[in-house]
Design a protein around this ligand. Structure first.
Ligand SMILES: [Zn+2]
Ligand SMILES: [Zn+2]
Length: 379
């Protein structure tokens, strides 16, 4: 579908982005690069939505489709040793958002050259996917009021699937998530005289084990849910019982009543255990992203477009990982799609310091975008 020179240029943009990763809401350079290219091809471009987001439109009115690429990097120190490795210490494109951006740019160039008929296309280059919900901020700042979309689509490269595979599930695709920070406080004292202090360390340890058992005993075995304790911070000496411990982690679920149950039971378990050890607990529990749920019609459309390209398109998953495209799917019908991107040999996963987007699938993703638009607007 694409001129080979255009594919080479897209790979060069991808590697340039990889070399210059920017964290959520700080994607200034990335945003400039995107807007400059799109304007050059004749797209009507708006910058500054959710600080560093870029939105572009092309077409002749009528039906409208939104295509989203996330553009942010992660706070990870890259260890790939690539010649285009990150030049920004402690920052890295370890989730392939450099690839998502380049894929959508290559598609945008082709769409501008072919012209868009039968409706219009809105490109959504979204900041801050990784932690801060850039999708939610774009919506709050008027994304869909200014750029009405009948349906929206997002793609994520998926190293767990071979190139040539494409997955779009009907319904639940990625989990909802919350984070928690529990502070347990009691009297501290001498390590030799435990009866003179409260059991802060014991309470933190029991909280950690009890919380990880919570889904197994409080949710039906048929209902997915995760509670992972990922940090315990306490103590400073061999012979001192500390007066404070902090226990942090994350929870995941799909069904909202399971999410409510996990939050309620977590609080009961924490306060009960703290009280049993003579301690007090404070819980900071923050729900971050809702579940990513595809509409069946749009997931089916994505699979048919994939099949027409000769891809092995089907349903798999879901994953207990989370994704802020969920906020867009709460507003509009649409689908979140996994594009197979495994590498031969060593195949580091998403968020690994050795991860690098597989450029082999860049034209596949871009071709999928172009064909999806043609098909969606011809209906
Ligand atoms: Zn990620
Ligand atoms: Zn990602």
């Amino acid at each position: 579908m694409f001129e080979s020179a255009h594919i080479d240029e897209a790979i060069a943009w991808r590697r340039d982005l990889h070399r210059h990763p920017e964290l959520g809401f700080q994607e200034e350079r990335t945003s400039k690069l995107i807007a400059g290219l799109l304007e050059g091809w004749g797209w009507q471009v708006q910058t500054g939505l959710a600080k560093t987001g870029v939105v572009a439109r092309l077409g002749d009115g009528g039906a409208s489709i939104g295509l989203r690429a996330d553009i942010d990097a992660l706070p990870i120190e890259e260890t790939t040793g690539l010649e285009y490795a990150s030049s920004h210490p402690g920052k890295m494109h370890a989730c392939g958002h450099d690839g998502h951006t380049a894929m959508l740019l290559l598609a945008a160039r082709q769409m501008a050259a072919e012209g868009v008929t039968g409706g219009n296309v809105t490109l959504i280059f979204q900041p801050a996917e990784e932690n801060d919900g850039g999708a939610r901020v774009m919506i709050e700042e008027g994304l869909f009021r200014q750029y009405p979309c009948d349906r929206v689509f997002g793609i994520h490269n998926w190293p767990g699937l071979a190139p040539g595979r494409l997955v779009a599930r009907d319904g639940e695709m990625m989990a909802a998530f919350a984070i928690f920070e529990i502070t347990i406080e009691g009297r501290g004292g001498h390590g030799a005289m435990p009866e003179q202090s409260d059991g802060v360390v014991a309470a933190a340890a029991r909280v950690a084990t009890a919380l990880q058992e919570l889904p197994a005993r409080r949710l039906s075995p048929l209902v997915p849910g995760v509670v992972s304790v990922t940090q315990i911070h306490t103590g400073s000496a061999f012979n001192v019982c500390p007066d404070r411990a902090v226990v942090c982690g994350t929870t995941r679920w799909f069904q909202s009543d399971a999410g409510d149950e996990i939050e309620t039971r977590l609080a009961e378990v924490v306060h009960g255990i703290a009280a049993a050890h003579g301690c007090r607990a404070n819980i900071d529990y923050q729900r971050r992203y809702p579940a990513t749920v595809n509409s069946a019609a749009e997931a089916g459309l994505a699979r048919r477009v994939g099949e027409a390209m000769g891809l092995d398109a089907g349903e798999a998953g879901p994953s207990m990982a989370s994704e802020d495209f969920a906020f867009m799917l709460n507003e509009k019908p649409g689908a979140y799609i996994w594009l197979g991107a495994a590498r031969q040999g060593e195949n580091p996963g998403l968020h690994s310091p050795r991860f690098d987007f597989n450029d082999e699938v860049l034209p596949t993703g871009a071709e999928f975008w172009v064909r999806l638009v043609r098909r969606a607007l011809s209906v």
